[in-house]
Structure formats: structure tokens, C-alpha cells
Design a protein around this ligand. Structure first.
Ligand code: ADQ
Length: 466
């Protein structure tokens, strides 16, 4: 088995004790690395006055991690800038929030070059290099320039946008050209893969030369869909843990005679929180008889606070949650609880378990792991109902959820009503189908399918005569 080198912007492996609050990507990558020898490389999250390329090596719960500090300007231009003010909004179809600034583009290129120079000495012959997400698209190109011939794969955790949207990005062609320095490019679902292929056909005069094999810019790349999952077995254990049970009991005590509707998201405009709050408000307005029977809990820890769009959405959500409680609360009752805190994973498992309804309604989402965690946490004999946005990648797999258009308050209100009145046999039938998928297409299946495909690519395709 080859050694695996995983590269992602941030490196924060969970300790494996259920006490961490790391994102979906970190959970998935740590699970991938525990099975392979190798290492995980990326930014430490810290800054230094001057970039030195000094590596810090650590071993955390069976995973070797190598991190490097970046300069302030790198963080501003590469991370807060090109990654989170340009690519993230654009790839989530928010052209209105997409900033085009030359300094951001330059910072992005510079940091990718710096990462390549720092990582280069760690790569040995035969290693597989697996690079993650939109922060690092040009990394393979920079490594190739330094003579790296190893097999390199890229996985995109966010949607790949329609080619008409991508072409609004200055320099879009260089970005796509950089994808052709990989041997394998993975997306969550076929829809994103097709959008990439359409771009290659229409904008890069590319051609398909085999199943999933594309030629453009004088190079070939293999592309495929690999839907990411959760560590379902581990999650099932977490749900039975003492902390999870305590949390579930606590939530049950807070919702006597009431049904809990639960949402858990990073505070991000792509997650559809504003629209969700308005949908819940509509539900309360339209259903006076059901009002006292529900409590909605929205957990949304703040993220990317260095970006103005995130400060703005936070302020709007504060005001909206106040408005809803102001409008509908009584002296002994309030319909809405909005919490900006991170929770331990075992606590989250207990909160999901207590939820009669899981409300997961992003406007766009590459996959969405919260939907899968909610399903994995349910009681098989009395499961809750998942309401899921049709614009989450997960909607392609979790087809037995109540699928909604998150932009429509009416649809959200209607789905809430349907979920709350759904009888037990239907809840069980839907949940069984969902759980079967969550278990089968878990993080191990995702990792194994991707790594096997990367490993089977014999050698880097040679440069083709164009
Ligand atoms: P994210 O946008 O971070 O991931 P998601 O897939 O939902 O979105 O993962 C979030 C993770 O953070 C979940 O594991 C969740 O449990 C955790 N989390 C959320 N709120 C929390 C809280 N308050 N406390 C503790 N933990 C919390 C990106 C893409 C997604 C894609 C993943 C993986 O945007 O579309 O599914 O990568 O590819």
C-alpha cells in the first residue's frame, strides 16, 4: 500500500474522544489517514511576521501532521481573500458577494507556491498525494514545477458551479487548467462533475477520450463523483455515550409536550439560515394551533469572522431571531432558541437524537454532513424526520427525506407541518432507507473508492501533443 499524503488548508485532526468540535472535512480526512501511513500537511492557523517555511511536526491520535505558519498578508489575501471572498461565494452561486481583487489572486498563487516548496521535501517516490478543496487548486501545478512526478489527486468539497457562472471569474481558464495537473479530480456528485465537463468542452476546447477521462490544455485528467459520508459506525457509538444520553435527556426536559426542531450549521450564508428562520416564522404564523407544540433550536457557531459578509449575516440573524421570539413568545413559552456555540460531537449526537425534525436547508452545499449525522443519531424504533434542501449534494443520496426548496417559506412551513404530523410507520420506512445509505456510503467507502482510483492510475499521463 502506498503512503498517503493528505493536504488541506487547515489541519486539525480530532482527538477521537468525542470532545472536539471540528468540521466535516477534518473528520473525514482524519478517518482517511488513520488507515494509511503517511501524513497530513497544511496551514497551522497561526501567523508569523515573515514566512520561513519552518515545519512543525506532531502526532495526534495516530495521525502525523505537518503544519506551517503563514504571514498576515497571506491570510488576508489567500484565506480571507481569494478562498473565502472569491471562490467560496462564486462556487455557491453568490455572485453578489464575490469579490474580484488582484491582490487576492496574487496571494492565492503565492501561498500555493509556498505550500509546494514546503511540502516538496516531504514527498517520497511512490507516495500518493491527495489535495483537498478550493483553497489549493493550483498546488499540483506548483509541485509539478518542482519536479514532483507522483500521482496526485484533488477533491473538491464544495459545488462546482455551472460553466456560465464560472466564466464570470477573471482568470477562470488558468484555474481550470491547473486541474489538469492532477491525475484524478473528484467531486461529490455527478452534477458537479458534469458542470466541470461542460466547462472543459465549451471553454477549453477539450474532448472526452474515455470514460471519465478528459483531454484539454495538452494534458489528460480523470474525473469522477465520490459522495463523502460520515463515520457512521463511530457516530452510532457516540449516540450511545453517556454525554449524548445526558444531552438528549436535557433536551427532552426542555421540550415537555413539545416537539424539537433542530438545525446545526456553521454560521454561513450558504446554509440558508435566514430563509430557514423566515420559513419557521411562516409556520408559526400559519399554524396557531401547532405553535405551542414546537421548539426550534438552531445551533450556529460563528465562522470566518474576518469576512464582512459573515459579520453582516450574523447581525441579520440576531435581529430575525429576536423578531420571531418577540412576535410569538408568551410569558411561559418561546418558540425559538438560537445559539452561537460549538458543541462536542457526543453532545451534538444527543441533540440530534432529541430532534423530532432535523432541518437542513442550505441554499447550496457541496454535500452536507449534518444531514447524515442527524439520520445516524435517530432511534430506529421512533426516528425523527429529515427535511433537506434539494440544493445540498446530500439530496442526491438521501432521497427519502422531505426535499424542499429552501428559498420558499411556504414550502418550508408546509414541510414542517408534514414532518410533525407524520405517523410512525412512515417515519420508520423513510428513516430505514436513509440510514441504509448513510451506513453504506460512509467515509470509509468514500476514501477507499477515491484512493483505489488514484492508486490504479499507473503513472502520470505524459504530455500529449496538442
Ligand atoms: P461544511 O460547510 O463545514 O463542510 P458540513 O458538511 O455540514 O459543512 O459539515 C459540518 C460539520 O461541522 C459537521 O460534522 C457538524 O457536526 C460540525 N458542526 C456544525 N456545527 C457544529 C457545532 N455547533 N458544534 C460542533 N460541531 C459542529 C464542507 C462543505 C460541505 C461538505 C463538507 C465535507 O461545505 O458541503 O459536506 O465540507 O466535504
Amino acid at each position: 500500500m502506498s503512503r498517503l499524503i493528505v493536504v488541506s488548508n487547515r489541519v486539525n485532526p480530532p482527538s477521537g474522544k468525542g470532545d472536539e468540535s471540528v468540521g466535516g472535512l477534518a473528520m473525514a480526512l482524519a478517518a482517511a489517514l488513520r488507515e494509511y501511513s503517511g501524513l497530513w500537511f497544511g496551514w497551522s492557523g497561526k501567523t508569523t511576521p515573515e514566512f520561513t517555511g519552518q515545519l512543525a511536526m506532531q502526532r495526534i491520535d495516530g495521525v502525523t501532521v505537518a503544519t506551517v505558519d503563514l504571514e498576515e498578508a497571506d491570510v488576508d489575501e489567500y484565506y480571507n481573500g481569494y478562498a473565502n471572498k472569491t471562490l467560496w461565494p462564486l462556487f455557491h452561486y453568490r455572485q453578489d458577494l464575490t469579490a474580484y481583487d488582484r491582490a487576492y489572486g496574487e496571494g492565492y498563487e503565492r501561498v500555493n507556491r509556498r505550500f509546494a516548496e514546503t511540502l516538496r521535501p516531504l514527498i517520497e517516490a511512490g507516495d500518493l498525494v491527495w489535495i483537498h478543496d478550493y483553497h489549493l487548486i493550483p498546488l499540483a501545478r506548483e509541485l509539478r514545477k518542482l519536479g514532483v512526478k507522483n500521482r496526485m489527486g484533488f477533491f473538491l468539497h464544495v459545488p462546482w458551479p455551472a460553466h456560465q457562472v464560472l466564466t464570470t471569474l477573471p482568470g477562470h481558464k488558468q484555474l481550470v487548467q491547473a486541474m489538469f495537473d492532477y491525475d484524478l479530480v473528484g467531486f461529490h456528485i455527478a452534477e458537479y462533475q458534469q458542470a466541470f465537463e461542460e466547462y472543459v468542452l465549451n471553454e477549453a476546447a477539450g474532448e472526452q477520450i474515455g470514460p471519465g477521462l478528459w483531454k484539454a490544455f495538452g494534458r489528460t485528467v480523470r474525473v469522477g463523483a465520490y459522495p463523502i459520508g460520515i463515520d457512521a459506525a463511530d457516530f452510532a457509538k457516540l449516540v450511545r455515550s453517556a454525554r449524548a444520553v445526558r444531552m438528549r435527556d436535557l433536551m427532552a426536559a426542555c421540550t415537555v409536550f413539545r416537539n424539537l426542531i433542530v438545525g446545526v450549521d456553521r454560521l454561513d450564508y450558504s446554509k440558508g439560515l435566514e430563509e430557514r428562520f423566515i420559513g419557521f416564522e411562516r409556520f408559526l404564523a400559519d399554524n396557531p394551533d401547532l405553535r405551542r407544540e414546537v421548539l426550534m433550536l438552531q445551533i450556529a457557531p460563528v465562522s470566518r469572522e474576518g469576512v464582512e459578509a459573515y459579520q453582516e449575516i450574523r447581525a441579520r440573524l440576531d435581529s430575525l431571531s429576536g423578531r420571531i421570539n418577540g412576535e410569538f413568545s408568551d410569558i411561559d413559552w418561546a418558540p425559538f432558541r438560537y445559539v452561537n456555540k460549538n458543541y462536542r460531537r457526543d453532545e451534538l449526537a444527543g441533540i440530534y437524537r432529541a430532534g423530532r425534525v432535523g432541518l437542513v436547508t442550505p441554499l447550496r452545499d457541496g454535500m452536507n454532513l449534518v444531514a447524515k449525522e442527524y439520520v445516524a443519531a435517530q432511534d430506529p424504533d421512533d426516528p425523527g424526520v429529515l427535511i433537506l434542501s434539494r440544493f445540498a449534494g446530500a439530496a442526491r443520496q438521501l432521497t427519502e427525506a422531505l426535499l424542499v426548496n429552501p428559498n420558499s417559506p411556504e414550502e418550508l412551513a408546509e414541510a414542517l407541518k408534514q414532518a410533525l404530523s407524520m405517523d410512525k410507520p412512515e417515519r420508520i420506512r423513510r428513516w430505514q432507507a436513509l440510514y441504509e445509505n448513510v451506513q453504506r456510503e460512509d467515509v470509509t467507502a468514500w476514501r477507499d473508492a477515491y484512493v483505489a482510483d488514484l492508486e490504479h492510475i499507473q503513472a502520470r499521463p505524459t504530455k500529449l501533443a496538442s
